[in-house]
Ligand binder design. Structure first.
Ligand code: URA
Length: 217
């Protein structure tokens, strides 16, 4: 695990009054995950690693082409996603689907869509670092199995938890980053675009860039 995250965990423990913690182990280093997407989904559907499992209706594992070259990573399921067990099916999802179809000129079924956390945070709050870290092994294994060429982080939360960066999304959007040999492009979250339609112009540029990269790979 990244040193900065370990440190954040330790500060959280300190805040909670823990003074000494014998045998501290990070959760993600010892978890064995299957190498098959359907098997991984079955394990994920039974997950109780964090508190979000207590309030979820369904686990939203992710969906799409298991051989996709392009993978989207959102923040976490909302109300509709929690009800249907499918990612990005609410208002933001409809906008994302429109962008995929109209700007990337792809069918939604040809990409893969996942989230940082697989269970809905109550009232759609931002997932905590503990929730994101508990869930990260599933996402990392999804990325490993699907092996996309390009990862698109939708919004600050996805970018922050994938790349351990707290840069503002307005600064990093449309730029090229790297994660485990894959190209990473952060852009605005579709929910943000619904609330701030004037940002659609910049998002459009980002998606044209993504389209160009996709054509080159
Ligand atoms: N917002 C997200 O970040 N993910 C979803 O699946 C839906 C809305």
């Amino acid at each position: 695990m990244d040193k900065l995250l370990k440190l954040k965990y330790l500060y959280k423990l300190k805040e909670a009054g823990v003074e000494y913690f014998e045998g501290f182990e990070s959760k993600d280093e010892n978890i064995k995950m299957p190498n098959e997407l359907e098997e991984l989904k079955k394990i994920c559907q039974k997950c109780t690693l964090c508190n979000l499992s207590k309030t979820r209706t369904n686990v939203v594992f992710g969906e799409g082409d298991p051989n996709a070259k392009l993978m989207f990573i959102g923040e976490g399921p909302g109300e509709m996603e929690d009800k249907t067990a499918r990612p990005f099916v609410g208002r933001a999802g409809k906008l994302l689907t429109k962008i995929i179809e109209n700007v990337l000129e792809l069918d939604r079924s040809k990409v893969y869509i996942a989230n940082i956390v697989k269970c809905r945070p109550p009232n759609n709050r931002v997932p905590t670092i503990e929730e994101a870290e508990s869930c990260k092994p599933y996402l990392l294994k999804q990325i490993e199995i699907i092996n996309p060429k390009i990862l698109v982080c939708l919004g600050k939360t996805a970018f922050m938890y994938l790349l351990n960066s707290d840069m503002p999304i307005s600064k990093v959007r449309g730029q090229l980053f790297e994660f485990k040999g894959k190209k990473v492009i952060p852009t605005y979250h579709p929910s943000f675009l619904l609330r701030n339609p004037s940002a659609k112009k910049e998002a459009y540029k980002d998606f044209l860039f993504i389209k160009k990269l996709l054509e080159e790979t």
